[in-house]
Design a protein around this ligand. Structure first.
Ligand code: SAH
Length: 557
C-alpha cells in the first residue's frame, strides 16, 4: 500500500489525482501531517508526501530502521514539478515510485542513488539476496575501479562492468562463505530442498534438519530456491511453515512422477505410505540438478538438497519501427536486464545507448539469421541473460521463430512485442487495417514463389487488405508488379494503395496512390505497401477501410 500525505490545497489536489489513478494501491492519510506520516510509515510499504523534503526528513528521521525494511519515501513539491526519491531508493522502491508518480503528475523524477543515475544495475536491485560491502563495491563499479566477477554458480545476471582481476569482487555463489573485505556475495536461487515428513512433524524439526544439512554441506540457506515435496504433503503444517519461514515457495509433485526418478537411497516406508520409494531425494532431483546432500533423517522428517543448473534467460525483443518513443518500456527494461545482446549491427546501433555498461554485444551483418539465433540460444544455455533483438516485432518475419526452433526447455524465454511495420505504416496512412487484413512477404529467398502467389491469390479472392513486407529489392523486382496484378483481378483500378518508407525514422515518407498508378520503382526494401480491399476509400487524403455497414447498424441498436 502507498500512503498519501498532504498539507496544502495544492498538495491535496495532486494527492487526489494519485488516489484516483491508483485506487487499489493507495490510502489517503488525513489529519496533522506528523501523525499522518508516522501512521503511514508504520502501515505502508511506500509513502508519497506532498510536502517539502526538509519537513519529511525531520518527520521520518526518528522512524528510520534499515534500508531493507523501511518504506520507500517520495516527496512531491508544492508546484508538482518534482517527484523526489528521498529514502529507500532501491529496497523501498522509491526510485521506481518517483518515476511512476512523475509520469502520472507530469513531474520530473529526481533520483540521486548513484547506480541509477549512471544507468548501472544496483547490486541490491538484481533480485538476488546480497551480502557484504554493497556500498564500497558499488562505489568502485561507479568510479571505474577494477571489480572482478567470480561466478561459482552461473546465473543470468544483468551486465556488470567488471574485469578479470581487481581489488574489489562480486562473487556469485551458493556456498556458505563470509564476504571478504571489498567483496559482495550474490546468492543465486540454485538449491532445491526436497523434504518429507510424517504426519504432525513439527516445523522446528523440519527446519533444523534442513539447516543442519546445509551447514554440513557448506551451503547458504539464502540460495534456497524452493522446498519440494509430494502432493500428499502439500498441506503438512510442518513443511508449509518451514517454507514460509525460509521465505521460499513450496512445490509439490505427484507420487507417479516421484516414483519415476532414480534415487541413490530408496526405501520401503514411503513406498507403502505414499506410493513412491523416495520423497525427499526424488522431489529435489526432479529439478535435474546434482545431489549435493543425499537423504538424511530426523525422527519425523527427511531432506535432501540438489543444486540445479542455472536456467538462462532469452528475451526476444521487438524494437519497433525506428523512433525511440515507439520502443516500449518493457523492451527497454529487457535490454537493460540482459548481459548479452545479439542482433543485426544496424539494430544494435539503434539502441546502444540504452545498454548497461558491460553488456556483451554479439552483432552480425545481414543474412546471418540462423547463426544469430543459434548464438543467442547457446549463450542462454550457458546461463546468461540474453536479449535477441529485431526491428518492429521480433516475431514478424524476424528472429523469434529461428531462435525458438533452436531452443530447448532448459531456458526461460520472454517475448516482448514491438510495433510492426504494418501498424506503423497504417497509423501514418490513416486507418487502412480497419477490417480483416493480412501481411505477405514478397521475399522468395526462403519461400518458393508458387507459395507466395497462392497466398496473394487467396487474399485477393477473399477481399482482404494486404500489407506487403520485403516488397522489392535490387535483385527482386518483378514480384511486386505480379502480386499487384493478381489483386487487380479482383479489385478496381482505383483501389487505394499506401506506400510507406522508413516509417517513424528520420527520413520517413509516405504516399497514397492506386493499384494502377503505383510505380513499383518507388518501392524498396525500406518500404511496406498496403493495398486496400474493395471497400477501402481515400477520405480527406487518408486511407480508410470501413469496419462495415452491418457493424454500424448493430452499434446503433
Ligand atoms: N520484424 C519486422 C519486419 C522484418 S521484414 C517488423 O515487424 O516490422 C523487413 C521488412 O519490413 C522490410 O523490407 C520492410 O518491408 C518492412 N519494414 C520494417 N521496418 C520498416 C519501417 N520502419 N518502415 C517501412 N517498412 C518497414
Amino acid at each position: 500500500m502507498i500512503g498519501l500525505i498532504s498539507a496544502t490545497a495544492a498538495g491535496a489536489a495532486a494527492r487526489d489525482r494519485l488516489a484516483a489513478a491508483w485506487p487499489e494501491r493507495t490510502r489517503v492519510y488525513e489529519g496533522p501531517v506528523g501523525d499522518a506520516v508516522r501512521a503511514a510509515f508504520g502501515e505502508c510499504e511506500q509513502l508519497v508526501c506532498f510536502l517539502a523534503t526538509g519537513a519529511v526528513v525531520r518527520l521520518v528521521a526518528p522512524l528510520l530502521g534499515d534500508k531493507v525494511s523501511d518504506p520507500g519515501v517520495v516527496c512531491v513539491d508544492e508546484g508538482g514539478r518534482f517527484a523526489v526519491s528521498l529514502v529507500g531508493g532501491h529496497g523501498g522502491g522509491a526510485n521506481e515510485l518517483a518515476r511512476e508518480v512523475g509520469e502520472l503528475l507530469g513531474a520530473e523524477p529526481v533520483v540521486t542513488t548513484a547506480t541509477d543515475s549512471v544507468g548501472m544495475a544496483g547490486l541490491d536491485t538484481l533480485g538476488l539476496p546480497v551480502e557484504g560491502d554493497v556500498a564500497a563495491v558499488s562505489r568502485a563499479l561507479l568510479d571505474g575501479e577494477p571489480v572482478a566477477l567470480r561466478v561459482e554458480s552461473a546465473w543470468p545476471l544483468p551486465a556488470l562492468p567488471v574485469v578479470a582481476d581487481g581489488s574489489y569482487t562480486v562473487r556469485v555463489t551458493d556456498r556458505a562463505v563470509q564476504p571478504a573485505a571489498h567483496e559482495v556475495v550474490l546468492r543465486p536461487p540454485s538449491l532445491v530442498v526436497g523434504v518429507g515428513a510424517s504426519k504432525g512433524a513439527p516445523v522446528d524439526e523440519v527446519l533444523a534438519l534442513i539447516e543442519d544439512a546445509l551447514r554440513e554441506a557448506g551451503l547458504s540457506p539464502r540460495s534456497i530456491a524452493e522446498l519440494a515435496t509430494i502432493d500428499a504433503k502439500a498441506e503438512e503444517p510442518g513443511i508449509v511453515a518451514a517454507a514460509e519461514r525460509l521465505g521460499v515457495p513450496l512445490v509439490t509433485h505427484s507420487a507417479e512422477r516421484l516414483a519415476a526418478v532414480t534415487v541413490p537411497n530408496p526405501s520401503d516406508a514411503p513406498l507403502a505410505a505414499v506410493g513412491t520409494p523416495s520423497v525427499a531425494e526424488a522431489s529435489a532431483l526432479i529439478s535435474c540438478g546434482e545431489l549435493v546432500v543425499p537423504k538424511r533423517k530426523s525422527a519425523m522428517a527427511t531432506c535432501a538438497v540438489v543444486r540445479r543448473p542455472a536456467r538462462g534467460r532469452l528475451a526476444v525483443v521487438g524494437l519497433g519501427p525506428g523512433a525511440r518513443d515507439l520502443l516500449t518500456p518493457r523492451a527497454k527494461a529487457e535490454l537493460r536486464r540482459a548481459s548479452v545482446l545479439v542482433g543485426l549491427d544496424q539494430y544494435v546501433d539503434q539502441i546502444r545507448d540504452l545498454l548497461r555498461p558491460g553488456t556483451r554485444i554479439l552483432q552480425s551483418g545481414l543474412g546471418a539469421e540462423e547463426e544469430r539465433a543459434r548464438t543467442a540460444v547457446e549463450e542462454a544455455r550457458k546461463g546468461q541473460a540474453v536479449a535477441l533483438i529485431g526491428s518492429g516485432d521480433a516475431g514478424v518475419y524476424a528472429m523469434a521463430s529461428p531462435a525458438l526452433a533452436e531452443a530447448s526447455d532448459d531456458i526461460d524465454v520472454v517475448g516482448v512485442p514491438g510495433v510492426t511495420a504494418a501498424l506503423a505504416a497504417g497509423a501514418i496512412l490513416g486507418a487502412p487495417l480497419g477490417h480483416d487484413h493480412v501481411s505477405i512477404s514478397l521475399s522468395d529467398l526462403h519461400t518458393p514463389w508458387e507459395v507466395i502467389e497462392r497466398r496473394v491469390r487467396a487474399a485477393a479472392e477473399a477481399d482482404i487488405v494486404v500489407t506487403f513486407y520485403n516488397p522489392r529489392s535490387r535483385g527482386r523486382d518483378w514480384q511486386l508488379p505480379k502480386a499487384l496484378a493478381i489483386l487487380a483481378e479482383h479489385r478496381a483500378p482505383t483501389t487505394p494503395v499506401g506506400v510507406v518508407r522508413n516509417a517513424s525514422r528520420p527520413d520517413e515518407s509516405s504516399r497514397l496512390t492506386t493499384l494502377t498508378a503505383l510505380d513499383p520503382a518507388t518501392v524498396d526494401m525500406m518500404t511496406v505497401v498496403t493495398v486496400g480491399n474493395t471497400a477501402t476509400r481515400e477520405i480527406a487524403g487518408r486511407m480508410v477501410t470501413p469496419r462495415g455497414y452491418r457493424w454500424q447498424q448493430e452499434e446503433a441498436r
